[in-house]
Ligand binder design. Sequence first.
Ligand SMILES: Nc1ncnc2c1ncn2[C@@H]1O[C@H](COP(=O)(O)OP(=O)(O)OP(=O)(O)O)[C@@H](O)[C@H]1O
Length: 342
Amino acid sequence: MIEIKQLTKLYKTKHQQVQAVDDISLNINKGEIFGVVGYSGAGKSTFIRLINRLEEPTSGTIKINDKDITTMAQSKLRKERQKFGMIFQHFNLLWSRTIYDNIAFPLEIAGVPKNKRKEKVLELINLVGLSGREKAYPSQLSGGQKQRVGIARALANDPDVLLCDEATSALDPETTDDILDLLVSINKKLGLTIILITHEMHVIQKICHRVAVMEKGKVVETGNVLEVFVKPQSKTTKRFVQQLNPLEQQQEAIQSFINSRDDSEVIKLHFIGNSTRRALISEISKKYDVDINILQGSISPTQEGAYGTLFFEINGQKDVIHDAIKYIQASGVEVEVLKHVE
Ligand SMILES: Nc1ncnc2c1ncn2[C@@H]1O[C@H](COP(=O)(O)OP(=O)(O)OP(=O)(O)O)[C@@H](O)[C@H]1O
């Protein structure tokens, strides 16, 4: 649906040049939630603003449904921009207008007649869960409610794509989760394609189907969320993933445990998708004459399924342990032997 090829943005100031977006090529599919994550200065804001040409690209192409918007004349672009809704970190609401009037504003600009406008605004207010607050002003709302208004306003012209520019970064964790749930329900209900940028891996884990990791203007890694979380390739991605997984930060604790034992094997299992539902430990303890001591475990849900890790110590005869490990491997779960007994 969206095809981005060799997209580049070079900012030139008097004293320096900044390559904010550097040769990015990627495709975004219709109906998916696509996340872009990166540290501050990676070029995320520039990238998302290039997609609807709020920023002019230095070079490269952006095609939406095979239409190249990078070469489009301004008059045509204005119409094409209605296919994009956008929400912002600081909401960008009109403070002197009521909630109702904020949401009606893009419809007024698009020349929608008053009675149709009313119908649409009330439908949107209901969709974002703000019924009864039509006459309130933005200053009377909480941060989460303000973002709900932002979302309703962004959806007023029935866009195909919703661009989210750090939409939850100004919100507390609980409100962030509520807004993310709302975005998922809108994605499902309306089949809306969502592109979001964030510096929080939690946001990617919770709602995205695919992710691109940005660093110094480049995409250093891209893939399905589950794949990227389970097997991060680049150093930057590994750092992001570790932030989310407290167990990864506790590797030292496991290591010191391993060092203190000399008569047992220590195993780490990587569960992905359906395998997270298998009662593997219980299966092997019934099937084989081994003793198992569970050390640590975690499970994390994503839109594409869950993934998890489990550390355990296993005792028994060498060949029986070997068979038990073979059994686990045959079930499709990845086994890492952290400590092997000779
Ligand atoms: N209008 C501009 N003029 C010059 N340089 C700019 C401009 N906008 C952004 N930059 C530079 O481009 C680089 C990427 O900035 P950008 O805001 O896109 O990154 P970001 O990943 O969104 O970071 P943040 O989350 O901190 O906004 C930075 O080095 C920034 O200083």
